[in-house]
Design a protein around this ligand. Sequence first.
Ligand SMILES: *Cc1c(COP(=O)(O)O)cnc(C)c1O
Ligand code: SF4
Length: 348
Amino acid sequence: MITRSPSVLQSQESTHPDVTPLALQSAWQAQLSQAIRDPGELCRRLGLDGGWLPGAERGHSLFEVRVPEAFLSRMRPGDPQDPLLRQVLPLAAEGEVVRGYVSDPLAEADHTPGRGLIHKYAGRVLLIASPACAVNCRYCFRRHFPYGENTPSRTQWEDSLEYLRDDVSITEAILSGGDPLAASDRQLAWLAERLAAIPHLKRLRLHTRLPVVIPDRVDDALLHWLSTTRLQKVVVLHINHANEIDDAVAAACERLKGAGVTLLNQSVLLRGVNDSVETLANLSERLFEAGVLPYYLHVLDPVAGAAHFDVTDEEARELIAGLRGQLPGFLMPRLVREIPGEASKTPL
Ligand SMILES: *Cc1c(COP(=O)(O)O)cnc(C)c1O
Ligand code: SF4
């Protein structure tokens, strides 16, 4: 739900963490490169019965499995309905053609002034810092863009930086992806330094799932460049269920806050994962315990292969009404949809 542009994805440098020489890998990069990428292994590791495997292989052929160990460890073995497993386990249903579910639901290519950059909303520009992700979420709209694993090239960055320098109305740079934290800290520190040198920029925002999927991603190298930039920092995490927040994730949030980061969360409303008032209330409570405020609850982008996750608008509104009856206002996420061509997310 984070990356919005297939057109940025041709690149020259091969600096993806997966190809960093072993001896130079950070702990998180090693965990990323050892992620489970085989549907059979995923089923075995979770003790699922053999009936799940053909579907998992079918789904995997459409969008490959990727699940790091640290995320797997929060799932209940033997439970095919586990809310974390459901987000990453491929199913035969992904191969069904459902009317209205398309491969590019957000029609993004129209909004890209330069490769690697999307400027749709006033005052803020989204930069694709890394097209790679630490986990492959089955409901992701980017499942149909198998665009390789390379980070953008320096030249591409220079073009994006020039675009930001030339438009004084831009006050916020949003690093997105894929997952921007799949890029190395060397690259990110370089970028943060150049962004900080643009006088009209106030804020640096990151949209990332990595601190949730691999909490060790929040290491000293990351905290160093984050805590030294003059820009105000916002990290928008992506967490869909309270079970995703174990002690290691809470500790990673604590470290980010220690570096002066404001923490927010966006979720996607997913059938079978978080489509109940109780589950959503628990998520908000658990987020706040970890120092994170709920920001957006997105309805599903109608991407082909994800129709089985759909929750109707009517159900979504009922859930939000139920949630409002239980939570303080500051723990209420904003229920939104992304509509191509609109100048902001659209509240439901
Ligand atoms: C979602 C999004 C943003 C950020 O929107 P906020 O409402 O500020 O969180 C910015 N640019 C693009 C292209 C987006 O899709
Ligand atoms: S982390 Fe998941 S939802 Fe986000 S861009 Fe990657 S695959 Fe999509």
